[in-house]
Design a protein around this ligand. Sequence first.
Ligand code: ATP
Length: 565
Amino acid sequence: MAASWADEMGEVVKPASAPSRPTRPSYVPPARRNKPLSADAREYCPLSSAGPDFIPSSRSHRARGRDPNPFEIVETFSELGVSDGGGINFDAYDDIPVETSGADVPLPVNTFAEIDLGDALNENIKRCKYVKPTPVQRYAIPISLAGRDLMACAQTGSGKTAAFCFPIISGIIRHCGLRQRPARKARIANPVALILSPTRELSSQIHDEVKKFSYLTGIKVAVAYGGAPMYQQLRDLEKGVDILVATPGRLVDLIERARVALQEIKYLALDEADRMLDMGFEPQIRKIVEQLGMPPPGMRQTMLFSATFPSEIQRLASDFLSNYIFLAVGRVGSSTDLISQRVEYVRDVDKRSHLMDLLHAQRANGIYSKQALILVFVETKRGADSLENWLCVNGFPATAIHGDRTQPEREQALRSFKSGATPIMVATDVAARGLDIPHVGHVINFDLPKDIDDYVHRIGRTGRAGKPGLATAFFSDVNQPLAKSLSELMQEANQEVPDWLLSCAQRSSYGGGKSRRAGGGRFGGHDYRRSHSYSGGSSSGASYQPQPAQGYSFGNASIIATGWD
Ligand SMILES: Nc1ncnc2c1ncn2[C@@H]1O[C@H](COP(=O)(O)OP(=O)(O)OP(=O)(O)O)[C@@H](O)[C@H]1O
């Protein structure tokens, strides 16, 4: 009998320092083989027609063949999370309700071909094997391409990253191609697009995505986040940057050191925008957006994305937007339709033995493998260390990620989890948002969060891209305040709610577990302007006109009318 899961899986544990296997030659489309690389690049790169003044920041490196092909860094497309035929199970999204509000909402599209994203980006979309746009992409891309500001609320794992990346890349190709660039290294980087996200891992993931989407476009992408050596990031910035992906803290640092300037920003995207404007980040975000030279709303295009958007955060966010469109795709509860949710009453002292039972049962049922990773959320960093240790001692290969670990340790934990070397990862909320880890089959809330929105993001690490997932929550006495919002969320997602939880919810004197949901606490995305006498948004003066989704071809119109009240 195998001593541990890793033994049973015959897992070859590759240490982080192990040399990687030799890379394959860059992908070259058949029609372009045997041509010089620079010619290829020109052919793919619409920027090359921009005129003699334009010097793409990365051209010289590419011509020397030094830019890595982001499509070959991973071994297969499935490792890109975009497996065979597109990865996303679109049938799962057939009945998704969609609501837009704001003035003159552009029509949604059904296919990528309907939108003029440019040849180079279209090629990359094909390389990613994205066959058709997801619902949030169908709506958000035309809105953003029309130059409109956008606040978008769509389910976890539904393709929001591409929804803001595609318009940015396409817009840069189209509108910023003639930008003068220094021929030599510049001390101050002047990006035209800034994508902010709350965690280092998420920024790194978005950076990888943007590199894929902008491959061979001539667009230069860089990333800056804390915990990683500054000098490498500075070297990358010196090469010139069109799109900068960053966490707020490191970005402020770079601006204050006069290594990044925001005066040329045309596109600003905030991923996990509600988190970014929550107490922890708001001052930094305000500083970046309002005090450090960035063009004001109206002079730049701003896109805010998340799976949850409490009204008070929307109110704050509206300071950054001009005449914006609010887009809500799918009830947040329905993001969990794909996820079977279970909640079990477990006393705090019994949690470890209960977890052990669960893991043994999962092993006995054969539902564990590299294809079914288990993510266990706990409340504290110390709790994460201690549970990881306990699991390992008990023969369950586990790793842990939290804010007190060094960045290399965090990266190593993620690598080891993704590869299946340690198919269990214990995490604090640092891993709750945005991370797109293929094959997370089970999310266990060992400690439930205080906020129901955090629960939504945590369980959203499974059931991504239309695939099914399982989420188990250990509910103890301290979680009483969450009972009402949790039972409501589960009911919305057609999940079986245990009687004891319903009783708890009824007893609960206040029912939100700190939920700040817009629209009465039931939905994650409801335009707050609808429930407030709105006179045009704080920055635009435009009039607010709620509109039903238009040209809606796959949704359920009756839900549209009622689903957001
Ligand atoms: N049009 C598409 N076709 C196929 N796969 C897609 C498409 N768009 C996105 N994906 C894939 O879907 C997965 C989820 O996308 P993404 O990480 O952008 O979700 P998200 O909505 O940002 O999730 P979260 O709310 O957790 O941040 C990714 O693996 C991505 O590559």
